[in-house]
Design a protein around this ligand. Sequence first.
Ligand SMILES: Nc1ncnc2c1ncn2[C@@H]1O[C@H](COP(=O)(O)OP(=O)(O)OP(=O)(O)O)[C@@H](O)[C@H]1O
Length: 274
Amino acid sequence: MNPFKHARNWSTRALPVKDPNFGHAVDTSHGPILYIEDVNVSFDGFKALNNLNLFIDDGELRCIIGPNGAGKTTMMDVITGKTKPDSGSIFFGQQINLQHLSEHQISRGGIGRKFQKPTVFEALSVYENLELATADDKRVWHILSHQLTGAQRDKIDEVLYTIGLSQHVHNSAGNLSHGQKQWLEIGMLLMQSPRVLLVDEPVAGMTGEETERTAELLTSLAGKHSVIVVEHDMAFVRSIAKNVTVLHQGSVLAEGTMDQVQSNPKVIEVYLGE
Ligand SMILES: Nc1ncnc2c1ncn2[C@@H]1O[C@H](COP(=O)(O)OP(=O)(O)OP(=O)(O)O)[C@@H](O)[C@H]1O
């Protein structure tokens, strides 16, 4: 495998970002929507990311697996601007250098992140949670006292349908099951129409049925969005993955279909053989 086959066209200049919703204008003409090139992150001399090279195609669903401490969370942290790398580059499309942007700018600009634990507003209804997600100003009274536009109402209906919670619009989020809360939070991210969705261990703690529904949801989002899923549940990964990347000690150990990585002796040794 040549890790640089997708390398960004370096003759393309990084553009200053003027539009806060720059995600819609990302240049994916070469295929990838994310270019992570030679990225290094050290914590007190320990290399959490070690010359990491990872390329995510526009619209693909990529699963990232790897043993504890492999660097999966750190990888998401550098994409979303939470951690700045010591060296290397992270581009959103050909021209947007994510290292020049804050965490807030990156999330507004089209890269949404779903943390492992749901953080919905439990006292508010499903609808109000989605309403809150439409706005940049998160002061609850400010948003809930404002009239939604027709387009915003249509968007909420569309998202409710996608996440399968149309029957629960008026239920308070606190009364939802664990799985439903996770879907609602994905819905809140979808309200911002992200180009890329990072999803951390989406099925941890879910029932078998919720896990199946989550597989359907994430696969239905691919194509319209690029979806990166970090997950330890191998049966789940197998059910959704076309492309799997195995991280180990901060680098890509293997990449390919689930069958390819599961039969790779290096992967079996460091991860699947545990
Ligand atoms: N803020 C930090 N300070 C010091 N070390 C850190 C910090 N963040 C991560 N690390 C270390 O970097 C390495 C990579 O951690 P990371 O959380 O990215 O791995 P991971 O693949 O997400 O693991 P897990 O599957 O357990 O969540 C680990 O050894 C971790 O202890």
